[in-house]
Design a protein around this ligand. Sequence first.
Ligand code: ATP
Ligand code: MG
Length: 560
Amino acid sequence: MSEQQPAAETTAPANFLRTIVADDLASGKHTTIVTRFPPEPNGYLHIGHAKSICLNFGLARDFGGRCHLRFDDTNPAKEEIEYAESIKDTVRWLGFDWGEHLYYASDYFEQLYLWAEQLISQGDAYVDDQTAEEMRATRGTLTEAGTESPYRNRSVEENLDLFRRMRGGEFPDGAKVLRARIDMASPNMNLRDPAMYRILHTPHPHAGDKWCIYPMYDYAHGQSDSIEGITHSICTLEFEDHKPLYEWFLDKLGIYRPRQYEFARLNLNYTVMSKRKLLQLVQDGDVAGWDDPRMPTLVGIRRRGYTPESVRTFCERIGVGRNDNWIDVGVLEECVRNDLNEKAPRAMAVLRPLKLVIEDYPGDRVEEFETANHPQKPEMGSRRVPFSRELYIEQDDFMEEPAKGFKRLSPGAEVRLRNAYIVQCTGVVKDAAGNVIEVRCSHDPGSHTGGPTADRKVKGVIHWVSARHAVQAEVRLYDRLFSDPNPDRGGQDYKSFLNPASLEVISDAQLERSLADAAPGSRFQFERQGYFCADEKDSAPGRPVFNRTVTLRDSWGAGK
Ligand code: ATP
Ligand code: MG
């Protein structure tokens, strides 16, 4: 049994749930803790789910317990195997392992059905013939009691007969529901005879075509926790009002009752997280798919180039509490920036190329400069970067009429080419329209590393790529998908806040030679440009495609 989880890179900070678990173990209330992550397989996981995954699997890891992965698959209409597979893949990617504890609520359907019969026999559930609208209309409001259904006092025999016939397929969808018989006047709306089963003549992706009645989430969830011996059933705050119902079912059935605890869900600004809305973005073609690198889905975040460690660090940093709060998406970006600053090898890539010709450098000469892959980590090795007479530099590293304070290239000015020579601009070549299409320079031949004028100070340092050796590549620059901090606030269609500039595709970026065969998924810092990841799907050896994961906060060219 592999209940072992990878060791955390950082010690998880204290939170109220960790305190509860520690106390329960210390007092002997539990000897082993069992948590679960219970997604409904009706979409891809998003960054909010990561909070719940890290919390549940993290508690199990740190307290020597176990965490189950359970698919809460009670609604066959919206669920698909594709989603379930992706969820498993994503939990593993995040670094967690459920061992043999993979469960499906649908595997409990027979037991749940028998328990429903038990509740009917006890007089605690009844079959209601009212329509959905009638039930809604008689539910009452927060200030007014609901009205009891005319079917509420059916005999046990009649209820059992009808429920069995519901299962037998005698009635069409929506003709009847099984309801818990609790209290139509309860101040808690969830206790006003909530539905337990509905008729749905739809096969189930996991259970097959055995069923035409399906349990409601509230009826299935607590009993599933009970069957699995969950000790701490952790959910988001909106389920707090469901807790009395959760406990009512378990107590009426007389079965083991886990404790439910609630925590505040993750809210991220500039982001929508509802699965319905994310699905809509995919279906309407606003993004390229669930794994579009602009999506807050974990498959999207992964494709964007985020490391699992950075997502785990983020989840630890935001903490776990009971107060609703908003997290700035910048915190997530900072986590990946910090992680990649440590891990990503450096490389030079010119995104918007401008030709630079060194007039006093022979056309047939090539030098290779030994260049460290990471400025602080010699253990990451080095590579040889070719240098020749014709290079590419960034268009915005040259200004014919330099703005005040501009430290890079302009006519007459000197600049250091990163890891190579100091060059001085001697002139420009323009096209018919007057645009600069080429910068001409001379070089200081002693200014390379180890040369006599190596230490000569110039104001600016820019990156470059040898034209002859460069690899042309597609580079995708991603920005926030929404331009408003709270696109989901209501009152206005969230789609009206879509950022029209969230994707810029550059088709002719010029990369240094070493990037030609970058493995899909591999990550680099393109010096002065940010962190980039070779796209998992579209990048291929010799034909790299890079996604920008995140920009650099500081650029070494600016002042250092
Ligand atoms: P929907 O978007 O349809 O409301 P959901 O995101 O709640 O669905 P589930 O599959 O029910 O999707 O979620 C699985 C688990 O993830 C639940 O335990 C839920 O509490 C948790 N979860 C979902 N969203 C967040 C969030 N934003 N922050 C923390 N936990 C979350
Ligand atoms: Mg949910």
